[in-house]
Write a protein that binds this ligand. Structure first.
Ligand code: SF4
Ligand code: SF4
Ligand code: SF4
Length: 334
């Protein structure tokens, strides 16, 4: 091991994880035009399916509904939470339910209260969610703007997916999830399409003090200290970013990458783990080209009469067909 430098005297380079959406990396493909706002009928004149479509699901008690709120990446402001609590108290039983996909539902609301409850919520910047065969709420972990292990801006990606596709009608429900690192707090392989943040790393010699923290923390046996140099075995490296985030000296350069998994499905008796059929995307433009192609392919091939889920369409039509389609999007020029 080489001489250790006094790390207090070594000036760390500027922090790495400050950019939120780097200029020039906006997705190139245009977002689909938003669907026109439906003329809202009084809830008492809407059938159960129409109410469900707008995020009001029938409860076991006849005439009672759960009102689901629109949400992106699990974030609500404190003002929204106050408004939701007030609405639950005023129009329902004073309880809310936190859903498995990071949304909030207000259960036990009489159908006659739904319109006034929605009006109150909308006045406080809370809109209703949705249900049924369409692109659903986009959950995401905290990602790099909050979590010290985050490799990508999960919330910005979730917001862009939501802007493009939330509510898009498809043959079956379609669930995205975005997670910031290999800890996979969002269990993305269980979703129709999952996105996981990673980094391709390069050791930077100058700031390194040979403390070996990165070597000890790498769980994939990819780092060695040889003399006074850290050597990366790229065959073993899984791009998890732990070396970058644990280094006290910011002694790593890196490129963000987006691992994509397709066709996950977790229903009792019908469990599929999402597969990686492409290399990770290296820009958000590329990521969104693949996302757009994925939705297109599912829309073109799924059997809507059977409300076929993406995983089942992939099995029926064939993974090769899908892979060829998204590969073309992956390889396209920006
Ligand atoms: S997946 Fe990683 S970045 Fe996201 S919250 Fe978990 S530890 Fe943090
Ligand atoms: S990115 Fe992860 S796997 Fe690769 S060298 Fe760093 S800690 Fe090891
Ligand atoms: S964690 Fe690794 S790269 Fe960072 S200063 Fe220590 S030995 Fe060098």
């Amino acid at each position: 091991m080489g001489d250790k430098k006094d790390h207090k005297k070594v000036k760390a380079p500027k922090p790495y994880f400050k950019d939120v959406w780097p200029e020039g990396d906006e997705p190139a493909t245009p977002a689909p035009a938003p669907a026109p706002a439906p003329d809202r009928k009084p809830a008492t004149k809407m059938g159960r399916m129409a109410l469900k479509k707008e995020g009001m699901m029938a409860n076991i008690v006849k005439g009672h509904y759960s009102l689901r709120l629109h949400n992106v990446a699990g974030d609500f402001t404190s003002d929204q939470l106050h408004a939701i609590a007030d609405t639950a108290t005023k129009y329902a039983k004073g309880k809310v339910h936190l859903t498995s996909r990071q949304s909030i539902e207000i259960p036990c609301m009489d159908v006659t209260a739904l319109d006034a409850a929605r009006d109150d919520l909308e006045a406080n910047d809370c809109t209703t969610g949705l249900c049924g065969p369409r692109v659903r709420t986009v959950p995401a972990c905290q990602g790099m703007t909050v979590c010290p292990w985050g490799n990508i801006d999960t919330k910005a990606i979730a917001a862009e997916i939501d802007r493009r596709y939330m509510g898009r009608v498809l043959a079956g429900k379609f669930k995205f999830a975005v997670t910031g690192c290999h800890n996979d707090c969002q269990l993305v392989e269980a979703r129709d399409m999952g996105i996981t943040g990673g980094v391709r790393v390069t050791w930077l010699e100058d700031p390194c003090i040979q403390c070996k923290i990165c070597v000890r923390n790498c769980k994939h046996d990819a780092l060695k200290l040889e003399g006074d140099k850290i050597v990366v075995n790229y065959d073993n490296c899984q791009s998890c970013g732990v070396c970058v985030h644990s280094c006290p000296q910011d002694s790593w350069g890196f490129e963000r990458i987006y691992t994509m998994t397709f066709g996950g499905l977790f229903k009792t008796g019908n469990v599929r783990v999402g597969r990686e059929v492409l290399p990770p995307a290296t820009s958000r433009k590329q990521l969104f080209r693949v996302i757009d192609a994925t939705i297109d392919w599912y829309d073109q091939h799924a059997d809507s009469k059977r409300m076929e889920r993406f995983a089942d369409t992939l099995e029926r039509v064939g993974w090769d067909d899908f892979t060829e389609y998204v590969r073309a999007a992956y390889d396209a020029e920006d």
